[in-house]
Write a protein that binds this ligand. Structure first.
Ligand code: NAP
Length: 454
């Protein structure tokens, strides 16, 4: 895959990059190792000072970087700027909390002193997707650097300018030269990096095939991995819910990031008693969304990332309809320049249809009707994925059942699934394993050393 920025709003190629040669990759890994030998000895205070400078840069350059994000992957400018500002919060969280999350933990044993210590392990490769091109990177980089590891970023091939910008931020913030570097390489060049002895672990956020490939190579090399993969999150609405709120949050949950979010609400599972009302309100709200130029303040949904992705979503909609689903609005390609797509709603997707089990990575909601919370949970769990889940009910028994029985890495009650640096983030089943953010995120790539003093 060519490493180039293409503006999804126009189709224009903005910039092409020569991929790094094997020799350049080797030099970058060597530099990462040298930076690690320095960073691992820095105190938490010193790392935190640099991390806070990174947060300041992110905040002060949010408009500039936001515009680059929008040009490279098409999300609305306002959401791109918000993404960069969220990154500043994530960086500050780890500047504040790393020392606490990684403090020695005394354990009483027969020893005169025994404890767990969290130590860094070295250069870590992060293979990242284009959909939140800065947030995905920062949620890896902030804990990695605060733990004393160094980062090698293999970003998606369509967001090289974002990749180089974030590299420059950590450099300007004062981390050791080489502590965080971008590798301009395609997916096919990842394997030798994973097999390189100097690279100690890998994290991948992206699709299942990419995750399976990285994990199997790391399995052969006995290296730890964290995988954050796809999702097809359930959004359950029961009769006691605040319906108007559930509708408006549901629309945001499905269409945020132009519909290209792993934790988007994708399957709307609605109780029969409120189904007709929910359907009518949801349909009107989806139809009211403004699709257009992502730099326009009034736009809700910009273009999809590229032609191939748009074709794939149109194809998923068509095959669902052929299998017996009903398309109740939208769900079609918008002609003209740019990769625009009319947000849509599918209803009654049969369980035998491929679309019932697949992730739809674009602004198309699937509606289902159920008769009870038990049926809603059963339907929600009838998916290969288990990333997030959202349940709307004021009935405490229903809430308790959903929290206990939904097969997902997160259950949000009367709220939209989202990521927060203070809470762990990740999935189960085919959505991956391991956790990012919170204490789990920073401990993921640490050696949990047992120390025993006799
Ligand atoms: P993708 O094709 O898997 O790309 C993600 C990254 O993996 C890119 O850097 C890509 O590089 C690289 N890659 C692709 N194939 C590879 C291989 N065989 N070996 C090593 N690296 C490889 O994913 P996408 O389709 O762009 O992203 C959308 C998917 O990501 C969706 O399923 C979405 O749900 C998921 N996602 C999950 C989370 C989460 O936190 N769980 C967050 C965001 C997105 P190239 O660009 O060079 O191919």
């Amino acid at each position: 895959m060519a490493i180039q920025s293409q503006n999804p709003a126009t189709g224009e190629i903005l910039k092409s990059f020569e991929p790094h040669s094997d020799k350049q990759v080797d030099a970058i890994i060597a530099k990462s190792e040298r930076a690690y030998s320095e960073l691992r000895l820095w105190s938490f205070e010193r790392r935190a000072e640099a991390m806070r400078r990174a947060a300041d840069i992110l905040r002060s350059e949010a408009e500039t970087l936001g515009a680059i994000i929008t040009r490279e992957m098409g999300k609305t400018l306002k959401s791109a700027i918000a993404e960069v500002k969220k990154c500043a919060i994530g960086a500050e969280y780890y500047a504040d909390m790393a020392a606490q999350h990684l403090a020695n933990e005394i354990v009483e044993t027969n020893a005169s002193k025994s404890y767990r210590a969290y130590q860094p392990i070295g250069p870590v490769l992060a293979v990242m997707p284009w959909n939140y091109p800065i947030w995905q990177v920062v949620r890896f980089a902030a804990p990695a650097l605060m733990a004393g590891n160094t980062g090698l970023l293999k970003h998606a091939s369509n967001v090289p300018q974002c990749a180089l910008y974030i590299e420059s931020i950590f450099k300007r913030a004062g981390f050791p030269d080489g502590a965080f570097q971008t590798l301009l390489i395609g997916g096919s060049k990842v394997e030798p990096v994973l097999r390189d002895d100097r690279v100690k672990a890998a994290t991948l956020t992206g699709s299942e095939p990419a995750g399976a490939s990285v994990a199997s190579i790391c399995g052969q090399e006995i290296k730890p991995t964290v995988l954050e993969l796809g999702g097809s999150d359930a959004f359950i609405v029961m009769p006691s819910a605040d319906l108007d709120k559930a509708v408006s949050v549901g629309v945001t949950a499905r269409t945020q990031n132009n519909g290209q979010s792993c934790i988007a609400g994708k399957r709307f599972i609605i109780h029969a008693d409120i189904y007709e009302e929910f359907r009518a309100k949801f349909k009107s709200a989806i139809e009211a969304l403004q699709v257009g130029d992502p730099t326009d303040e009034n736009t809700d949904i910009g273009p999809l990332v590229n032609a191939a992705s748009r074709n794939e979503i149109a194809e998923q909609v068509n095959s669902a309809v052929q299998d017996g689903a009903t398309l109740i609005t939208g769900g079609t390609i918008i002609d003209g320049p740019g990769y625009y797509f009319q947000p849509g709603i599918l209803e009654n997707i049969p369980k035998t249809s491929k679309a019932f089990h697949e992730e739809i990575f674009g602004p198309v909601a699937a509606l289902y009707v159920v008769g009870s919370i038990e049926e809603a949970i059963e339907l929600a769990n009838n998916s290969p994925f288990g990333l997030g889940s959202s349940v709307w009910t004021h009935d405490v028994d229903e809430q308790a059942l959903a929290i206990r029985d939904l097969e997902a890495g997160a259950t949000f009650v009367n709220a939209m699934t989202s990521s927060d640096p203070r809470l762990p983030f990740g999935g189960i089943k085919r959505s991956g394993y391991g956790r990012e953010l919170a204490a789990e995120g920073i401990r993921a790539f640490c050696n949990v050393k047992t120390v025993y003093v006799g």
